[in-house]
Design a binder for this molecule. Structure first.
Ligand SMILES: Cc1ncc(COP(=O)(O)O)c(C=O)c1O
Length: 460
């Protein structure tokens, strides 16, 4: 038998991985002395690795993705049936699954009407950047071309998306970047840029307006924001923030792009994160939880007003959105997404997310009473973070090594948690939790207990 076709010889698999796989976001030197971890199987919220060890996954596949849990046969069957019937055709044409999912998705998104398919969060965001630039060329005489993004937010890995990254450790050394991407301040009150103020949310929004005025209203076309910042430290916008942001966008005619790649499709207990705040966006992008990782799919959704800007002059061959994503035509994506959405509705997972999210937040708040190292607890739904500090008064961030020791200790207990990773220098100090929307009270309690034990062992 060929050396590389021995999938059940797990020792060989580990060696093949060590020899040939370049893992994401990982420094590989360590694999010269330790084995890469190989996951073999998943069911519900549980995973098993090549050594047969069982884990409770509190991060939905590592990066907020497997929202309905592992081993969903109905999604696998929906994908299989679709692939046998029709696996692919370029998305210049339609498909049954593509049209049906678009209709179902739009039902959940008042104000939006159009769905553009591609296959990663980065790509979905790039589509918006291209749309904004084309709108600038065709409708504003080249004005309104700049795109604002926020300190600590992340929008993807491609050069365009990195140009809009508020995370130095993701973007540094990969430039130079395209012109016209401009940063606005973050809205993390715990690390207020203006000291202790009563109306922090409004001040953080005002800071956006100051950037628009500095750059020139005429030059700013759009702003791209996460509804709740994910990898940048689980930042829930403070009171008064979104109302003011929406007002600023309206007054300065700045298109509002909400990046729901993490929050979209249930993570925070509503279909979309921005729906907590009554925000009416012009663009919404989504990826990870759309099909819970059973197929690669991302969506760029727009209002009809945006869509209309691309069909106003049918005589001009340049007037429409001249973009194609080859794998945006894979039909497995919308087939999986349809079944994923059906599961969320049938199993009442939005409600479960709200109830279990409250339990998780209460659990973390309880740990904060016991462990002084927890400086701040933040979150919404099953999307929570605990920022670790050396000293609550100075808020000096806990060194990343110790934060990672907490993660490793939990792993040793068979519970997979996350932490902000390669984001901001000196600020990779927030534990991240995003268990699947199917979490039970027992799962949540076990996650909290694991962190409790880990904090005790790492910090005494
Ligand atoms: C908010 C946000 N937007 C975009 C992306 C990029 O998505 P992808 O990795 O699918 O390209 C991510 C990935 O973590 C993300 O967290």
């Amino acid at each position: 038998m060929n050396e590389v076709t021995r999938p059940n010889d797990l020792a060989h698999v580990v060696e093949a991985d060590r020899a040939h796989v370049w893992h994401h976001l990982v420094q590989h030197k360590a694999f010269e002395t330790t084995d890469p971890r190989i996951f073999v199987e998943g069911k519900g919220m549980r995973l098993w690795d090549a050594a047969g060890r069982e884990y409770l996954d509190a991060v939905s596949g590592g990066v907020w993705t497997v929202n309905v849990g592992y081993g969903r046969e109905s999604i696998a069957n929906a994908v299989r049936d679709q692939l046998v019937k029709l696996n692919y055709f370029a998305a210049a044409s339609g498909t049954i699954a593509g049209a049906t999912f678009a209709e179902k998705l739009i039902e959940k998104m008042p104000g939006m009407t159009r769905v553009y398919y591609s296959n990663s969060g980065s790509e979905a965001n790039e589509k918006v950047f291209k749309m904004v630039r084309q709108i600038s060329h065709r409708h504003h005489g080249g004005r309104k071309w700049k795109i604002l993004y926020r300190d600590r937010d992340y929008h993807g890995t491609t050069i365009g998306a990195l140009a809009a990254a508020g995370q130095a450790q993701r973007r540094d050394e990969y430039g130079p970047y395209p012109a016209g991407f401009v940063e606005v301040p973050h809205c993390l009150e715990y690390r207020s840029q203006w000291g202790e103020v009563e109306n922090y949310g409004e001040m953080a929004a005002d800071a956006i307006e100051q950037v628009i005025l500095r750059e020139g209203t005429d030059s700013v076309g759009a702003i791209c924001l996460e509804p709740i910042t994910a990898g940048g430290g689980v930042i829930v916008p403070p009171k008064g923030y979104w109302e003011k942001v929406v007002d600023i966008c309206r007054r300065h005619e700045v298109l509002l792009h909400i990046d729901e790649v993490v929050c979209g499709v249930g993570r925070t207990g509503t279909w979309f994160g921005h729906q907590h705040y009554g925000v009416k966006p012009d663009f919404v992008t989504m990826a990870k939880g759309v099909a819970s990782g059973y197929a690669a799919i991302s969506c760029t959704t727009t209002t009809e007003a945006v869509f209309d800007l691309f069909k106003d002059d049918p005589t001009d061959p340049m007037s429409h959105f001249r973009d194609i994503s080859t794998f945006g035509g894979c039909v497995a994506g919308p087939a999986a997404a349809l079944e994923n959405m059906r599961i969320i509705e049938e199993e009442n997972l939005l409600e479960n997310t709200r109830v279990m999210g409250d339990r998780l937040m209460a659990g973390l708040a309880g740990l904060a009473e016991k462990h002084a190292v927890i400086g701040d607890v933040r979150g919404k739904g099953l999307f929570c973070g605990a920022e670790l500090v050396v000293d609550r008064k100075t808020k000096e961030p806990t060194p990343e090594k110790q934060v990672q020791a907490v993660v490793a200790d939990c792993m040793g207990q068979g519970v997979i948690i996350g932490a902000t990773n390669r984001t901001l220098p000196g600020l990779n100090n927030t534990l991240c939790l995003s268990p699947a929307l199917i979490s039970t009270a027992d799962d949540i309690d076990r996650i909290v207990a694991a962190i409790d034990g880990a904090l005790g062992r790492v910090f005494g």
